[in-house]
Design a protein. Structure first.
Length: 279
């Protein structure tokens, strides 16, 4: 029993297929280094890293969970819906392809906003590998490289935050659609970081929209927020998930933190088995 009790999981991470720093292989190596038994890759609106992720997991003996983090919207606010154990269909991948193209256009718009206030950054300086998903963190890094700001946090505070002069909103799925999309591709839907999104009190709304789980352990959640999320989950028949939201950029979100026991994944897998049996 001892070993089983000690097993740890992290069900929310990013690679450089979206706005993380590491390759899928490097992410899995890091998971091994931290002694994690299971790991979910949940890149923003992108599933293209999953194949390499799974290959690396098999090689390193880590249990890999295929995931995604969809940018959604509810009553004008950004809501992130994570899908776990997903099996992306062709239609789903085509949809994400159009999101990716929109993110590229949005990046160009943010660069022209910066240009209007005298900060010239050419597209080539935005550190993203061709064909992957652009996000604001890429632009933040370009601003650091140029010496415009000292760090990523300052880039968001001064230019890229929701109220910042270079901010351009991205198109987002209605949260109901995000949840349905995850279910259509066989996944478990999870409301991501409700505390960080200011949505803890709205958990009953998301339960009504069909979400199956909510992240309770999360680096930016206060103990009080985590307790409240757990209580609401129990009240509304929702499962608990959680993770580090690791991006590999030294922003204080470290892989495997906060520690999450394997029992959390076990419960999600039991639910998945029920869903797939059609109960
Ligand atoms: P985007 O999807 O392009 O709008 O970028 C959103 C991502 O930017 C989030 O998932 C975070 O990883 C990152 N982010 C948002 N706000 C901040 C902030 N204040 N400091 C650092 N990273 C942030
Ligand atoms: Zn991110
Ligand atoms: Fe998120
Ligand atoms: Fe995330």
């Amino acid at each position: 029993m001892g070993a089983a009790v000690d097993r740890r999981v992290d069900l929310h991470t990013h690679t450089n297929f979206s706005d993380g720093r590491l390759d899928p292989e490097e992410l899995v190596e890091e998971a091994v280094w931290h002694g994690l038994s299971a790991l979910a890759l949940t890149d923003h609106d992108n599933v293209e890293g999953l194949e390499r992720f799974q290959a690396a997991c098999r090689q390193k003996g880590v249990e890999g969970v295929d995931g995604v983090e969809l940018s959604c919207e509810h009553e004008g606010r950004e809501v992130h819906i994570v899908g776990l154990f997903i099996k992306p269909s062709e239609a789903f991948c085509a949809l994400l392809d159009s999101v990716k193209r929109e993110r590229e256009l949005r990046m160009e718009k943010m660069l022209s906003r910066l240009s209007e206030i005298g900060i010239e950054i050419p597209m080539e300086e935005v550190p993203q590998e061709a064909g992957r998903s652009f996000g604001r963190p890429h632009l933040a890094r370009a601003l650091v490289e140029r010496g415009v700001v000292r760090n990523v946090g300052e880039a968001f505070a001064r230019y890229l935050g929701d109220q910042g002069p270079a901010y351009v909103a991205k198109s987002r799925f209605a949260v109901r659609m995000g949840i349905d999309l995850v279910h259509e591709i066989g996944g478990i839907s999870v409301l991501a970081h409700p505390g960080a999104s200011g949505l803890v009190d709205r958990i009953p709304d998301f339960a009504a929209l069909g979400v199956m789980a909510v992240e309770a352990p999360y680096p930016k959640h206060t103990p009080e927020e985590e307790r409240k999320v757990r209580a609401l989950c129990a009240q509304h028949g929702l499962l608990v998930s959680g993770g580090s939201d690791f991006h590999g950029n030294g922003d204080g979100r470290d892989l495997g933190q906060p520690p999450i026991g394997y029992a959390v994944l076990e419960a999600l897998k039991e639910r998945l088995a029920e869903v797939r049996k059609g109960t």
